[in-house]
Write a protein that binds this ligand. Structure first.
Ligand code: TRP
Length: 340
């Protein structure tokens, strides 16, 4: 159950580390847009540049990737008037609350994070201290707005649980009910987009095979080529989803179709059962081009006006600070910081 004494507020973040794919669009951005348009929530979306530098980023690339991510959000349908859209480093309250949380979270909690173990691996001695502390900053991102709902992928669920633990420990240690216990809003498996070349692997910007993914910056031609060359099998589309359990590539294309058309995977089968992939891929390619090409066109247009992007981010940061400043001040008060 969501905490009811707090205003319903959505927060989520994406790292500006470059290379937005169809997976980012269907798994994150499109859902962010839906929550923005559903009403009933204030929606706050952040380009988490401070998180990105927990691993080395080339400074010029970081700037470009932050602006490109902003263009991606807007092209995907985030309205910077309806939502608050900004980059993390322009709101210093994130890092300030992050420090308080570094002093609340325990070393043991952080050491148990799967993502830390995966990313730092055997070379933990050489990983940045920031990478270890990363989830405490993520908790601060969310809680500095008293956000109640956090749309994230399955891979971030553990970090969300840690956010809840940090909120609960802070409240308990200081005898307050100050931070909400935020709810994760986890995407269904159906919105998990897999590689076009291997239906058992997640679609990834770091896959060396360019044909394995659709980028948000791909034009109509690239989109349709990649779909036509996607791996499939010789069998026609079945009438029931269970028959796709052993056909991961077929399942993936059905899921992508469903997500783009905003219908269920079963409805896709109802419409296309018996079709061979040659035919189904044409239908999918038409759909994907209709939905995605306008986004890449709009991204390219927005990227030509850097000053406008920076203005939008600056305005978003101002609005974000108006919410974050009083919450940070109260947290400092609770902890016992003197403010003159
Ligand atoms: N850790 C998230 C990721 O890598 C990004 C992130 C940072 C985030 N802060 C957040 C997501 C707060 C949701 C809420 O995908």
């Amino acid at each position: 159950m969501a905490d009811t004494k707090f205003t319903p507020r959505v927060f989520s973040g994406i790292q500006p580390s470059g290379g937005l794919t169809l997976g980012n669009y269907l798994g994150a951005m499109k859902r962010f847009v839906d929550m923005q348009n559903a009403g009933g929530f204030e929606t706050i979306y952040c380009m988490v540049d401070l998180h990105a530098i927990t691993v080395w980023q080339n400074p010029n690339d970081l700037k470009k990737n932050t602006r490109e991510l902003c263009a991606g959000f807007i092209a995907a349908g985030i309205d910077p008037e309806k939502s608050i859209l900004f980059n993390q480093s322009q709101v210093p309250e994130h890092a300030q609350l992050g420090w308080l949380f570094n002093c609340v979270a325990r070393m043991g909690w952080m050491g148990r994070m799967t993502q830390w173990k995966d990313k730092a691996g055997k070379n933990a001695e050489n990983a940045s201290l920031g990478l270890f502390a990363y989830p405490a900053l993520m908790a601060a991102d969310i809680l500095v707005y008293h956000a109640t709902h956090v749309p994230v992928g399955e891979d971030q669920k553990q970090h969300l649980e840690l956010t809840r633990d940090i909120a609960a420990k802070f409240n308990h240690d200081f005898g307050v009910e100050f931070f909400p216990i935020a709810e994760p809003v986890i995407e269904g498996a159906a919105t998990r987009v897999m590689s076009l070349k291997d239906g058992t692997k997640k679609m990834s910007k770091s896959d060396p095979a360019e044909a394995s993914r659709i980028n948000m910056t791909d034009d109509a031609d690239a989109i349709s080529k990649k779909i036509r060359k996607a791996k499939t099998d010789p069998d026609p589309l079945p009438d029931s989803l269970t028959e796709l359990d052993t056909r991961p590539e077929a399942r993936n294309l059905v899921n992508i179709y469903a997500a783009l058309a905003e219908i269920t995977p079963q409805a896709v089968l109802d419409q296309h059962q018996g079709a061979l992939f040659g035919h189904f891929k044409m239908a999918l390619s038409d759909l994907a081009v209709a939905k995605l090409a306008p986004i890449s066109t709009e991204m390219a247009r927005l990227m030509q006006d850097q000053a406008e992007i920076d203005r939008i981010l600056g305005r978003g940061a101002e609005r974000a600070r108006a919410l974050a400043t009083p919450i940070l001040a109260q947290a400092y008060d609770i902890v016992g910081m003197v403010r003159s």
